[in-house]
Design a protein around this ligand. Structure first.
Ligand SMILES: C[S@@+](CC[C@H](N)C(=O)[O-])C[C@H]1O[C@@H](n2cnc3c(N)ncnc32)[C@H](O)[C@@H]1O
Length: 301
């Protein structure tokens, strides 16, 4: 059993000694950002370390690992996520509770919510301007966004722009990001959108969370981050939770029940009280398939 949030271990650890690790003050230290970045401004309220800042020599909060470890851990890594928006307080609030909060505190991922205005060069901290060719609303300008992303970007970064006209974000996309990416920079639009040159020259992928239009991308970014992070090793208490759920096997999850066995005359299905785990698994799958046939038949084609 693992008692510490280090689940990303180097391969080929067989035969190595069991070890004790402890996490110290570095667990609360700041990320190292390029010196010209205002990332730690008053708008960047969260500041969590990457797992690589864990130190076996630290003294606070010892966690015991009952897993074999090599003498030196050289490549413990956690996902880092930077969100750029005009409302960093939205993503901080939405991703600062419950499982997401614990995952950050345990160093399983680090989150920085930034305000694009912090990279504006003019005294009014302007970030938008009227669209060329006329039309409604305002468009986010190139210069603060280029300055922001260029200061945060590393060779491992993937830059995402949240957009209703992006690729549909699905459970499959979330899984791919969780399995392959180390650093996400998520850019959020507001007003009418952003200058196309940002998309053409900075963005690796545009993602949409559905066929509707929100007022700003921070809400969409929080959805994307939550869906990806919960798939990272160690984030969910029970890693099977992310395997036995809707979309993973191409269908929806069936109904769930808890105590009491009867409420206002409505009984829990007998099969769930039978203790026959094989029969229960079969029943659950059938129920999930039936629900999918009723509400999302497109998933079965
Ligand atoms: C009011 S919307 C802009 C909509 C844009 N004028 C259009 O018609 O596509 C402002 C911002 O919210 C975000 N947004 C809105 N709906 C979204 C969705 N379904 N998925 C992802 N981001 C969305 C994007 O970042 C977008 O730039």
């Amino acid at each position: 059993m693992i008692h510490a949030p280090i689940l990303v271990l180097p391969p080929n650890t067989a035969g190595c000694k069991p070890a004790l690790l402890s996490f110290g003050d570095s667990h609360r230290s700041h990320e190292s950002y390029p010196s010209h970045s205002p990332a730690r401004s008053r708008h960047a309220t969260h500041s969590f370390p990457r797992a690589s800042s864990f130190s076996p020599a630290s003294t606070i909060g010892a966690f015991r690992l009952d897993v074999p470890l090599p003498d030196a851990i050289s490549s413990v890594t956690a996902m880092r996520i930077d969100i750029l928006s005009l409302f960093p307080q939205i993503t901080d609030a939405m991703l600062g509770e419950s499982i997401m909060k614990r995952a950050q505190e345990n160093g399983l991922f680090s989150l920085q919510s930034h305000n694009i205005r912090d990279w504006s060069q003019d005294k009014h901290r302007t970030v938008d301007d009227a669209p060329y060719g006329g039309g409604q609303g305002m468009v986010i300008k190139c210069d603060p966004v280029f300055a922001a992303i260029e200061s945060l970007k590393t060779p491992e970064s993937r830059v995402i722009f949240m957009s209703p006209s992006g690729k549909r974000f699905t459970q499959g996309v979330a899984r791919e990001y969780a399995d392959t990416q180390k650093h996400l920079i998520i850019l959020c639009g507001h007003y009418e959108g952003i200058d196309q040159r940002i998309i053409d020259h900075l963005v690796d992928e545009e993602l949409s969370i559905g066929d509707y239009v929100l007022t700003n991308g921070a809400l969409a970014a929080a959805v994307v981050v939550d869906a990806i992070v919960r798939l990272l090793p160690g984030v969910l208490g029970h890693d099977l939770s992310a395997v036995e759920e809707s979309f993973v096997s191409g269908h929806l999850e069936g109904p769930q029940f808890t105590r009491p066995p009867e409420f206002r005359g409505w009984k829990v299905p007998d099969i769930l009280l039978s203790g026959n785990h094989g029969a229960i698994a079969k029943w659950r799958k059938e129920q999930g398939l039936e629900k999918t046939r009723q509400v999302r038949p497109d998933l079965l084609t």
